[in-house]
Design a protein around this ligand. Structure first.
Ligand code: CA
Length: 363
């Protein structure tokens, strides 16, 4: 052994190089992974499919961080499978990943609702606290374990808007008989208050609202809603969404495929998803601030919160709907109890931190 070689070994042993070298060889030996990811949203959809923190951005970050060892081909809704078949496709292993929202799967397992949004739930900061540090992600994986899948957050819209109404809402009675596009749990809550609930895909909302097939509609927030032209069909824009306080995007992964990834690639996926979670929410803040200003200044939209009495009625109905769901399913109860316990504590903290900042300090 030459002196140089001996010196290298000594230095490497001290710095840990000898220990790390075999793991590097081992990781490279695992080769390249070519995966498919479907989306519940069409190709070109801002936030969901394209742009900062979107499905394609997630795939790009994973490819760059892994130096091309994990390549994910991304398919928009309808390209490989229809929009809402991602759960079944990942479960069957037809594709390794799907990018959507877990509340689309409440028909498979109701507890999935809590990992997207619960009416009167937590804001972006609170939901992240629960998911990352309050046991939320562990519960998410527990809910999906019988289906052979794992999941993690990979995006967030922040608080959505209550939506667009052709007529002003002054009391709960004004909701009776109103035909409204509103999916999911919030739809059940409105239905209990006499709303005729319609579930339409995004692309069908504007024509239905314009033609009077529906009287009201919720979609996402100022940027996405303006993109559909909803402000041209209804003038009352009810603000802060009681129904989706910080809507989480879901990265759903086939568990058997996940387990074939070496640890470093798993870490890359987790870190890319966490980056997209923050980056997408940041993008929404900027896009919505710009769009809201335009809607009020140039499009003459009347933007205001729902009256307190209506919010109170919606809250009471939400409690009833959730209590019914909890009574029916032990897993839903487990997730509900965890979420609500975390929220109760978080809310007391938020009241003297973020809440107080916005209501008192900032004014
Ligand atoms: Ca929505």
């Amino acid at each position: 052994m030459t002196l140089i070689r001996r010196k290298f070994l000594t230095t490497a042993a001290i710095s840990g190089g000898v220990l790390s070298a075999p793991s590097l060889v081992h990781a490279q030996g695992k080769g390249t992974f070519n995966w498919k990811m479907t989306s519940a949203y069409p190709k070109g959809s801002p936030f969901y499919f394209d742009g900062p923190g979107s499905a394609t951005d997630l795939a790009k970050r994973i490819k760059e961080m892994s130096d091309g060892r994990l390549n994910i081909q991304v398919f928009g809704a309808g390209e490989l499978i229809p929009a809402f078949e991602g759960f079944d496709a990942v479960r069957a292993g037809t594709v390794e990943m799907n990018h959507a929202n877990s509340y689309f799967w409440t028909g498979k397992t109701f507890a999935a609702q809590y990992f997207t949004a619960v009416p009167f739930g937590m804001n972006f900061q609170g939901i992240n606290g629960w998911l990352y540090d309050g046991g939320g992600i562990d519960l998410w994986n527990e809910v999906y374990a019988p289906f052979g899948m794992v999941a993690m957050p990979c995006g967030n819209t922040g608080v959505q808007m209550t939506g667009w109404f052709k007529k002003e809402i002054k009391t709960v009675a004004d909701l009776k008989g109103l035909k409204m596009r509103i999916p999911g749990l919030a739809g059940k809550v409105y239905a209990n208050l006499g709303v005729d609930v319609k579930v339409l895909p995004g692309g069908e909302i504007f024509p239905a609202l314009e033609r009077g097939v529906i009287d009201a509609a919720e979609f996402v927030g100022p940027y996405q809603d303006r993109r559909l032209g909803l402000h041209k069909a209804a003038k009352f824009y009810y603000t802060t969404g009681w129904h989706e306080s910080a809507t989480v995007s879901e990265l759903l992964i086939n568990k058997a495929a996940w387990q074939t990834l070496p640890k470093d690639l798993q870490a890359i996926v987790q870190n890319a998803a966490a980056a997209c979670n923050v980056i997408s929410e940041g993008w929404c803040q900027k896009a919505n601030a710009d769009a809201m200003e335009d809607l009020i200044k140039n499009q003459k939209v009347i933007a205001k919160p729902l009256p307190d009495s209506v919010i109170k009625a919606l809250r009471a109905e939400t409690d009833k709907v959730l209590a019914e769901a909890v009574a029916k399913d032990p897993m839903t109860k487990k997730v509900h109890d965890s979420y609500m316990a975390f929220m109760a504590k978080y809310q007391r903290w938020a009241d003297v931190s973020e809440g107080a900042y916005h209501s008192t300090v900032r004014g």
